[in-house]
Design a binder for this molecule. Structure first.
Ligand code: PMV
Length: 325
């Protein structure tokens, strides 16, 4: 039996603009998905998860297996798509096409909220399954295989940001296919979650439309890229005040591009009013999470009392990527 874990992530800067070739800086956070894998002596898969979808499910599937499920098939298919493809990658990497597994998933990362929950499950899953088969993959290969899983499950709509960040840990820089770790100081992130999620495809399409329609919207996307390039230098210097100002600027530009929401703006302002150095939405937007930079308890406490904020938690930069538990 092998257990691996991998972190979720927030975007310090650059979501949406990254779709148009600008750089982005996602950061791994101290909230993890843990995947336990046990080899079976048949080719089947059994997946247990309390956190993967609505109220938890157990499903056994694979070669000629009957399914035992208590949630709608479409949800099971969506959730098990990631696990299926992760297992396919592990079988391929270990050259063991008939390997079967019992898989147990536990996650501390809210689902579909821009915190990279699926990437963390896939990275940890491939790591645990390959190790269970006696193969140890370097994190770069894990990141690449996990990216292929996300791309396949999400119909080609995945960037490398989540999977690379989850595999490597720390702050990373992503520009097209070029992904690397970058230096960063300790970053005291606080996350506010409105309990919802935006429709990533729709939000990305909305930005694409106004970017094509208005020159100033295209300039806005480029300006986000400029913030990222400036932000990288500030990150290396460790100037948290300036990082906060840049996060605020980045949020304003995302808002101008139409991807914020009332609840995200409310949480952003609650964190700023409580003394955070900066705050912005993270991920696709439309709903989901904000990230604030605050080493005091002010922002988290304020978010706890903010109507519309369902959950607030501290989630500092985690320099460790995927690891064996
Ligand atoms: O919400 P997330 O974590 O899946 O992030 C989406 C980030 C976008 O830049 C909006 C889209 C993308 O694929 O990069």
């Amino acid at each position: 039996m092998t257990t691996s874990s991998a972190p979720g992530k927030v975007y310090l800067f650059g979501e949406h603009a990254v779709v148009y070739g600008e750089p982005a800086v996602p950061c791994a956070i101290g909230r993890r998905a843990r995947v336990t894998v046990e080899a079976r002596d048949d080719a089947r898969l059994r997946v247990d998860s309390k956190d993967l979808t609505l109220d938890g499910f157990t499903v056994t599937y694979g070669e000629a297996a009957g399914t035992e499920v208590n949630v709608p098939q479409s949800l099971v298919e969506a959730a098990t798509g990631y696990v299926d493809e992760a297992v396919a990658q592990a079988r391929d990497a270990a050259d063991a096409p008939d390997a079967g597994f019992n898989v147990t998933i536990e996650s501390e990362i809210p689902l579909g909220a821009g915190l990279g929950s699926s990437a963390a499950v896939v990275v940890a899953g491939i790591d645990a399954a390959t190790r269970e088969l006696g193969v140890e993959l370097p994190p770069e290969e894990l990141a690449d295989r996990a990216y292929q899983v996300e791309r396949d499950v999400q119909d080609g709509q995945a960037s490398r940001a989540d999977t690379f960040c989850s595999a490597m840990g720390g702050a990373v820089r992503v520009e097209g296919d070029d992904c690397r770790r970058i230096e960063a100081p300790e970053l005291p992130f606080v996350v506010g979650y409105d309990g919802g999620a935006g429709d990533t495809g729709k939000l990305v399409a909305g930005v694409r439309e106004i970017r094509e329609q208005y020159g100033f919207a295209a300039d806005t996307v480029e300006a986000i890229g400029d913030i990222v390039r400036h932000g990288e230098r500030i990150l290396a210097k460790g100037d948290l005040d300036e990082l906060g100002r840049l996060m605020n600027f980045n949020h304003g530009l995302l808002s101008a591009l139409g991807v914020s929401s009332r609840s995200l703006d409310t949480m952003v302002w609650a964190a700023r009013d409580a003394g955070a150095r900066g705050a912005k939405l993270t991920g696709a937007g439309g709903g989901g999470c904000i990230v604030a930079l605050d080493e005091s308890d002010g922002a988290r406490t304020a978010l706890d009392y903010t109507p519309g904020c369902e959950q607030a938690f501290r989630a500092e930069l985690d320099t460790e990527g995927v690891r064996v538990e």
